[in-house]
Design a binder for this molecule. Structure first.
Ligand SMILES: [Zn+2]
Length: 661
């Protein structure tokens, strides 16, 4: 499907019905009535659903001749669902688990993925991932035959493939294929790359097959990187189910830069998938949905259909209320695009998974700081045009190849600014970027494992006048030429954890400045570099000083940001979207509170009062400002190129609309 059609036909409100059914539900589908099913969906403002062709267990919910029909299923449940929904104008995609299929694995052990120990069943890991399929085995053709069977018989609108991200397989087909490609099974990184390659091959084969039947299908592959998705993105985020609250804001700001439509797929469960009796607080479900909308995305809610085929009434009442509120905003969200001026550059997002562990925590840390500071930013992988951004942030581990370096040099020469940190832009004997290399000398990795940051007066606003601990070290650097150091680093009396056969050194007071710099800017101040991985430090330790310092640097680089917000707490989110002649300011005020050992809960919205908004107009003249969907006017003034307004009370979420002449 071409991207214009995809945008036009992409749903605003979807439901993903999980339907993994253990054997033994002898009344499967017993109470399903097409008209009632459709009425439930319609009432909840649902336009599009995912239902099951084949579940993780490997059972099919249609009369398959290739796979295994769910034991005891007496009619074509999937077909009936498709028929009823299509007649009512609700579009239907069908789900296949590609990587897991226990029925196939039980009957064809030779189709299973083999782990490094030579096992095909990993009984020590009794979750549903304990048997995995191998895409290079006979399973490949079997699986495609099942997809073809569905495409031949059902007028589906899309196909959804789950569990594509399988771990490395040491089975004979994979080993022989690796050897023919010159891949060394002894090398961990080669194995990761080969698994990545096998996944993308499987995806391409499915795409080709689908293309032989239809060219207007939505195709999505869970576990495949966003940049390889052919038609759209379904961002799976269950904040209470293991994804946490950092994932959505970071990832949605990336996928929206890829030029394809996208929704977030959250879940209604208290815990995760499969928790049929778990229901999150309504405020939490609304928060995920509105967070997507505030980033110009649309919504999908994950549910699990009970075996008898009737959606849970209370679940759909809640979904109906949440989607009802979202639907009221349609006039201002249709075709709205995000508005940003900063980008976090993370080239590893396009990678083959080898860097995954090494980059953990960097993006969420970087994203959190910018979000808390209320900057308008995207996350990019480096393939897109940089010219629409005023500043790029290269957090902690951005290694630029020659093509990316050339792009960055050009970006700088056209007036762009770069803030980087840690190992970003370093090479063996200096910095990769010319302007940075002329401003700083790279001495190597930082030798002191516990340092203290002393920020110079010019950038010390709101920071305590003392050495602030840097927990995770990066590189050691000193200014050179006309480069200017904005922060000195102190060293401790000892390195943390030193062992002298009598004591482990745990209490580390600062001894003296060590001569290294924590922050250097080039003479033009177009390039700034933190010696330490500021993003990972913030992610792991959440010391507000790091964020405040980054904010002070950004204030100096971008003295007039698009949006300034006061009296919205640090956890509040402020984003911008735009339609022709309109800007929408989205304000979110919710706190995921840590409850007990692991859970983060949003039980109700938080309240903020007298929220001050300063929006840069860039020459536009505002005709009216109002709250949506109520239409209530919002008084404003204009001064120094900014629209200024005060929202007296914010309860959870508010959209503010500015309409231009
Ligand atoms: Zn294999």
């Amino acid at each position: 499907m071409n991207s214009e059609t995809a945008w036009k036909r992409f749903p605003k409100r979807a439901i993903h019905f999980d339907f993994h059914t253990m054997p033994g539900c002898e009344d499967l589908g017993r109470d399903f009535r097409g008209d009632e099913f459709v009425a439930t969906l319609k009432k909840a403002h649902v336009e599009y659903i995912n239902i099951f062709a084949k579940c993780n267990l490997g059972f099919c919910y249609y009369p398959t001749k290739v796979g295994t029909v769910y034991p005891g299923l007496k009619f074509d449940l999937m077909g009936e669902m498709i028929r009823a929904c299509k007649a009512a104008g609700i579009r239907v995609a069908v789900y296949f688990n590609a990587g897991l299929s226990h029925e196939e694995a039980l009957r064809h052990r030779e189709w299973c993925s083999v782990n490094k120990e030579g096992q095909v069943y990993e009984f020590n890991k009794m979750d549903h991932w304990f048997r995995k399929m191998c895409f290079n085995s006979g399973y490949h053709d079997h699986f495609l035959a099942m997809v073809e069977e569905v495409l031949r018989q059902y007028p589906v609108d899309g196909l959804l493939f789950d569990s594509m991200n399988l771990s490395s397989c040491y089975g004979i087909e994979c080993i022989e294929k690796m050897q023919s490609l010159g891949v060394d099974p002894e090398k961990e990184e080669d194995m990761i790359r080969f698994a990545h390659h096998s996944k993308l091959e499987m995806k391409q084969d499915i795409e080709k097959l689908a293309g032989r039947f239809r060219d207007d299908l939505f195709l999505y592959f869970l576990g495949v990187e966003a940049c390889h998705q052919p038609t759209h993105m379904e961002l799976e985020v269950l904040p209470q189910g293991g994804w946490g609250y950092e994932y959505l804001p970071t990832q949605i700001r990336y996928i929206r830069t890829l030029g394809k439509p996208y929704y977030t797929m959250t879940g209604r469960f208290q815990r995760s998938w499969g928790d049929l009796g778990g229901l999150r607080p309504e405020a939490a479900l609304f928060y995920d949905c509105i967070h997507s909308v505030a980033n110009a995305g649309t919504c999908c809610i994950g549910d699990h259909l009970p075996p008898r085929g009737v959606p849970e009434k209370r679940v759909f009442e809640m979904i109906g209320r949440v989607y009802g509120r979202i639907a009221e905003l349609d006039p201002w969200t249709d075709k709205a695009k995000p508005v940003t001026e900063i980008a976090i550059l993370a080239p590893w997002l396009r990678g083959d998974g080898v860097l995954r562990d090494k980059t953990e925590g960097i993006l969420p840390g970087a994203s959190r700081m910018l979000q808390e500071l209320k900057y308008q930013y995207d996350v990019i992988d480096g393939k897109n045009d940089f010219s629409s951004y005023k500043l790029l942030f290269l957090p902690d581990k951005v290694q630029a190849d020659s093509a990316l370096l050339k792009k960055l040099e050009k970006y700088l020469s056209q007036g762009g600014k770069i803030v980087s940190s840690g190992e970003s832009l370093t090479k063996e004997c200096g910095f990769a970027l010319d302007e940075l290399n002329q401003a700083a000398d790279l001495l190597g990795p930082e030798e002191f494992n516990h340092t203290f940051l002393h920020v110079k007066k010019e950038l010390a606003e709101d920071l305590p006048d003392m050495g602030i601990t840097v927990y995770e070290q990066g590189i050691a650097m000193v200014p050179k030429g006309k480069g200017h150091s904005f922060a000195e680093l102190g060293r401790g009396y000892f390195n943390l954890g030193k062992w002298d056969h009598k004591h482990e050194y745990l209490y580390i007071p600062e001894k003296e400045l060590c001569g290294h710099s924590g922050l250097i800017a080039s003479e033009s101040e177009r390039v700034w570099h933190f010696s330490f991985p500021i993003a990972r430090n913030y992610y792991k330790h959440a010391a507000t000083a790091y964020k405040i310092l980054l904010g002070n640097v950004l204030k100096r680089c971008l003295p007039e940001p698009l949006l300034k917000v006061k009296n919205l707490p640090s956890y509040g989110v402020a984003t911008l979207t735009a339609q022709e002649k309109r800007t929408m300011i989205h304000l979110l005020c919710y706190v995921p509170e840590k409850r007990g050992a692991v859970m983060e809960i949003i039980e109700e919205p938080s309240v903020a009062v007298d929220v001050e908004i300063h929006f840069r107009l860039d020459g536009r003249r505002v005709k009216k400002a109002y709250l949506a969907p109520s239409g209530e006017p919002l008084p404003f003034s204009v001064a120094d190129g900014y629209l200024n307004a005060i929202l007296p009370k914010l309860i959870g979420y508010q959209m503010i609309v500015l309409e231009y002449e």
